[in-house]
Ligand binder design. Structure first.
Ligand code: TXA
Ligand code: MG
Length: 337
C-alpha cells in the first residue's frame, strides 16, 4: 500500500495518531530514545504490517509500549515485586523489561517467544498517543531494518515516506539511542540484553541484585534476537578507530579519497579531512544523543567510507554507545582498529 505521508505535531496529533493505531494502521511516533513505528500490539495483522514496512526479520520481537504502569499486569503471566520496583523507579524512561507473556499478547508481537518486552516511554507525546490509542502499542525503531535508528521526524520520513500515513513530529530525541533491554525471566538474575542510557549499576542500586550483562560475542546463544542482526549501518563502510586523536589521524592517512570522519566536538578543527562532530569527548549522554544523527548526516555526503572515533570504554554510561558502534561497523573486514 502507498500513502501520501503527512508530518504533523501539536495538540491534535495524538488523537489522529491514536485513531490510526486503534484502527490497525501504522504511525511513526517520537519517544525520548529514538522514533518508533507504532501499531496495535494486540492485533496480529497490525503487527505483521510493521515487519513488512520495515523489512524486519519475523523472529525479531517488538517492544510493547504502555502509558501507565497498571497496563502492564494484563500483558504478563506474573509481575514479580522486583519488576514493579524497577518500573516504579525508572518509568517513564528508557528501560525495557522482559517477563513471561500472558495469552493476551500475540506471538506475532513477540517473534514467537513466550516472553514480552514492555516499557513506558518518557516523551509526553508518546504517552499521549498510547493513551489516545487505548491499546498497548508495539513499536520498533522507525527505520528500515539495518539502518541507523531515527532521531528526528525527518529521518522517519526519509526511511518510511510513502509507506505509512503519518509521522508525528516531537522534536529531536533527547537520549538518541534505544532503551536498555533487561530480562527478568530469571528474577534473581536480572540480565541486560541491550545496553542503553540506564546502566547495569543503576539497576543494581535499585534491586540490590548483581546484574548480568549478556555478551554479544559471535557464536554465543542469542538471548535477544535483535542482537544477532546487522544494525544501524550507514550506506558507506564504517570503520571504528580506537585510541587517541593521533590514532585517528594515522588511520585517516590511509583512508580512501572521499571519506568522512565522525569525531568528538573538541577535535573538529584538528582533523584535516572532512569531519562531523557527534558529541563531546568523555560525555556519554552527548555522544549517544548525536551518534545516529551524525551517521545519517555522514551518509548524506555519499562518502566512500566513514571513520568514527571510538569513545574510551571507561567513560561512565558509555556501554550503549560502544555497543551501537561495534554493531554498525562493516562486518566484511576487520573494521574496529
Ligand atoms: O528505545 C527503544 O527501545 C525503541 C523505542 C521506539 O521505544 N524501540 C526499539 O525497538 O529499539 P527495536 O524493535 O528496534 O528493538 C527491540 C529490541 C530488539 O533487540 C529485540 O530483539 C529485543 O528488544 N526484544 C524485544 N522483545 C524481546 C523478548 N521477548 N526477548 C528478548 N529480546 C526482546
Ligand atoms: Mg531497532
Amino acid at each position: 500500500m502507498t500513502f501520501e505521508t503527512k508530518i504533523i505535531s501539536g495538540e491534535k496529533a495524538a488523537k489522529q495518531a491514536g485513531d490510526i493505531i486503534r484502527n490497525g494502521g501504522l504511525v511513526a511516533i517520537p519517544t525520548e530514545t529514538v522514533y518508533g513505528l507504532a501499531a496495535n500490539a494486540l492485533s496480529p495483522a497490525a503487527v505483521a504490517s510493521i515487519f513488512t514496512v520495515k523489512g524486519r526479520p519475523q523472529d525479531n520481537p517488538l517492544i510493547v509500549h504502555i502509558s501507565q504502569i497498571d497496563e502492564w499486569a494484563p500483558l504478563v503471566s506474573h509481575l514479580p515485586d522486583i519488576a514493579i520496583k524497577l518500573g516504579n523507579h525508572f518509568w517513564p524512561g528508557p528501560l525495557t523489561i522482559i517477563l513471561e507473556k500472558s495469552d493476551v499478547v500475540p506471538l506475532e508481537t513477540t517473534g514467537g517467544l513466550s516472553s514480552v518486552a514492555v516499557r513506558i516511554p518518557q516523551h509526553a507525546v508518546a504517552r499521549n498517543i498510547i493513551s489516545a490509542a487505548g491499546v498497548p502499542v508495539a513499536a520498533p525503531s522507525a527505520n528500515l531494518s539495518g539502518k541507523p535508528s531515527p532521531t528526528t521526524a525527518g529521518h522517519c520520513y526519509h526511511d518510511l515516506g510513502g509507506k505509512i500515513p503519518l509521522v508525528v513530529d516531537g522534536g529531536a530525541c533527547q537520549v538518541g539511542i534505544e532503551s536498555t533491554v533487561l530480562s527478568l525471566l530469571n528474577e534473581n538474575v536480572p540480565t541486560v540484553l541491550r545496553p542503553g542510557a540506564i546502566t547495569a549499576e543503576q539497576i543494581e542500586d535499585v534491586t540490590g541484585l548483581k546484574v548480568q550483562v549478556a555478551s554479544f560475542a559471535e557464536g554465543e546463544r542469542v538471548l535477544s534476537p535483535g542482537q544477532k542482526y546487522r544494525h544501524y549501518s550507514p550506506k558507506a563502510p564504517l570503520i571504528a578507530v580506537k585510541g587517541d586523536l593521533d590514532d585517528l589521524r594515522a588511520a585517516l592517512v590511509n583512508a580512501p579519497i572521499g571519506s568522512v570522519s565522525l569525531v568528538f566536538a573538541e577535535d573538529v578543527d584538528k582533523v584535516d579531512t572532512p569531519c562531523i562532530a557527534y558529541g563531546k569527548d568523555g560525555d556519554a549522554q552527548s555522544l549517544a544523543h548525536g551518534l545516529f544523527y551524525a551517521l545519517r548526516e555522514a551518509d548524506r555526503l555519499a562518502p566512500t567510507a566513514i571513520y568514527i572515533r571510538m569513545p574510551d570504554r571507561d567513560i561512565l554510561g558509555i556501554e550503549g554507545v560502544i555497543n551501537r558502534i561495534e554493531r554498525a561497523v562493516s562486518s566484511d573486514t576487520n573494521n574496529v582498529k
